[in-house]
Write a protein that binds this ligand. Structure first.
Ligand SMILES: [Zn+2]
Length: 266
């Protein structure tokens, strides 16, 4: 049976509060200082990474990790992931890092949309796009659902609908917690009723940054549980293991918590 998803049927609706609308007004008044994405890209003489400059399995830069004949790199060999591949625009360094931060902190929607356009060029064949979920309270605070914006732009480019099948559970803020805590905090998403539409579909899972991979891992595991036939991750940037902020001395228990253990569906 052919499944067809209609974007307007499955997109969530939101009614921003007065505070959120005021914040967006202030942000939009501040945004005049930001250049257009294309001007920023030209000024920085930046280009997305060439295909093949990262491990297609986990997203790590090939200048950091060696990819073997089995397709796995020295960072991900022997590990099991719920997602089938990772495609990215670059490693988490400036100017990409600065742009990602400005999208989040200044609501730079135009750059989020540009990220979606650029990611479309490296997307595998997919049936539906699922953004990593942001809790509604955080979305209100920030005034932007960055993964959602990237996903919407990607959707327009690919002509593939967005399905917001994931909801974020109310838990500690990811940004403030340690890498280990993030790895251990595996249950920060849940499937909502829209996930019923994913059975048998190829899903593009969209996020801005892959740090430890634990966010992609827990989100992709849920999507597979919902019946997705495969999940390919599309991220703007990957923070390599040797970068500042990435904890190299991870306890083994934390690493194992992020491994994918397929569960049979009941
Ligand atoms: Zn790898």
């Amino acid at each position: 049976m052919e499944k067809k998803l209609v974007a307007r049927d499955i997109a969530s609706t939101s009614h921003p509060s007065i505070g959120a609308r005021l914040r967006r007004l202030v942000d939009s008044l501040l945004l005049w200082r930001l250049p257009t994405p294309l001007d920023a890209i030209a000024f920085a003489s930046w280009m997305p990474d060439a295909i093949g400059s990262w491990c297609a399995r986990c997203g790590t830069s090939t200048r950091v990790a060696l990819v073997g004949a089995d397709g796995a790199c020295s960072e991900c060999r022997g590990r099991r992931f719920a997602y089938h591949s990772v495609a990215r625009l670059g490693s988490y360094n400036d100017p990409l890092e600065l742009w990602v931060r400005l999208v989040k902190s200044n609501g730079w929607k135009a750059m989020a949309q540009e990220f979606g356009v650029l990611l479309a060029a490296r997307a595998p064949p997919v049936d539906v796009i699922v953004p990593v979920a942001m809790h509604p309270l955080r979305r209100e605070m920030r005034g932007i659902d960055h993964a959602g914006e990237i996903a919407s732009s990607l959707s327009q480019e690919l002509g593939v609908p967005v399905c917001r099948a994931l909801s974020q559970c109310l838990s500690r803020r990811q940004m403030g917690s340690s890498r280990t805590a993030r790895l251990l905090n595996a249950h920060r998403f849940r499937l909502n009723r829209r996930a019923n539409a994913l059975v048998g579909l190829r899903v593009a899972l969209v996020d801005d940054v892959r740090t430890t991979g634990s966010t992609l891992q827990s989100a992709a595991a849920l999507l597979r549980e919902a019946g997705a036939s495969r999940v390919d991750a599309l991220v703007v940037a990957v923070r390599d293991a040797n970068q500042e902020g990435a904890d190299e001395a991870l306890p083994m228990e934390a690493t194992r918590a992020a491994e994918f253990q397929p569960r049979s569906r009941g």
